[in-house]
Design a protein around this ligand. Sequence first.
Ligand code: FAD
Length: 455
Amino acid sequence: DSPVRVVGAGLAGCEAAWQLAERGIGVVLHEMRPVRATDVHKTDNLAELVCSNSFRSDDAQGNAVGVLHREMRALGSLILATADKHRVPAGGALAVDREGFSTAITETLEAHPLITIAREEIDDLGALGDGPVIVATGPLTSDALSQSIRALSGTDHLAFFDAIAPIVYKDSIDFSKVWYQSRYDKGDAKDYINCPLDKAQYDAFIDALVNGEKTTFKEWEANTPYFEGCLPIEVMAERGPQTLSYGPMKPVGLTNPHAPTTKAHAIVQLRQDNALGTLWNMVGFQTKLTYGEQKRIFRTIPGLENAAFARLGGIHRNTFIKSPVLLDNTLRLKNRPNIRFAGQITGCEGYVESASIGLLAGMFAAAEIRRVSCPPPPKETALGALLGHITTDAESETFQPMNVNFGLFPPIEAEGGENGEKKRRLKGRDRKLALSSRAEIALMRWIEKNRVHPG
Ligand code: FAD
């Protein structure tokens, strides 16, 4: 068998290489540092943490990223095992000694008899031949390789910047104030949720946007362009107080059933963001406001007073592909199935998520080489929910990077309803506990059925 070529030895590439090698498959792990640097990595170590030293919440009962930790541990993740070994105190979070962590990953992979580390930039995927390849070059993929990916994927399917509008959990929206309707009743009535603002609410909202605290671009992001079609909402507000009421917040073609005779001055629309209908994105609300300001200001919108955000908005330098169009459900490029993608370049976001998609890519590639079946994990698991989102469930036209969150999991059915009694929907901590227990059982069944644990 020819070795699997894993391109990029970050969180995803290291995990993919480990999963393959632990299943007895040879790997060449190509890493361009130190031959070619990125704008943010500071060392030559593999799996360098470029910013925070935290893998976020380790609470597998109450937090989706905690559930992902548990699943990765169950599947023999190198990244999680090494993080556990180099843990530093951080309350309920899993934080690590960054130097100790990435040095240990580097030494472990260098010592593995089935892994060869090649310190070189890969600038042409075609030159790697027809054998199995996993591309895990992350948000700062080198320019030359980006061009090669673009040639394979098509111009419209590779982005160099994200432009993220906040995403709200549907069950946190107050439906006594909002309503479903498509503008001019085009398309399905349930395509949009509408939040009406009167003149005073709109004026206060614009004032808050203009004066709200913003984050700035980092020096290495200085050339981040603003595209006229997706300007930050506060930049539009700065152009004039009515710019938004004539733009993404225009109140036309919509009638508020709660107040049919009152005309709204402006309307915020939310569009369904995943096939399950649990997540809704605020249309046109990409922003550089700080996270704290986004929560404060967006909760002044009628209906969103108690909004819980699955993710907040942002604009960053970030190379990622349109995975829902390009990849199949085992992360293979549909038009070149010997090539898989993994990590942040697939449109997941975060250290843990990137490593988890690396883990799956490694497992899927190993199963294919061994000619054994390895179906994707069920969507009730965190791994399956995240994989399902990026490969099939996300709205492909507006696809933007996503963290793991409970909104990606299929909702828990309402309970009760016997003898004419009203059905009860689980809420808050109870809902998270139920989703977490369901995930645990689903993962164990999947592991047992498919014998997917290494060794
Ligand atoms: P990376 O870890 O970036 O690994 C990709 C590797 O590929 C790198 O080692 C790179 O040198 C190599 N490479 C690139 N091109 C080539 C090539 N052509 N040939 C060979 N090798 C190549 N996530 C968090 O959870 N917390 C944070 O605090 C956080 N902060 C971030 C800060 C910044 C500035 C950025 C850009 C991202 C941040 N992220 C953070 C998001 C993300 O989770 C991390 O970037 C994560 O490291 C992604 O993992 P990855 O394996 O996909 O990519």
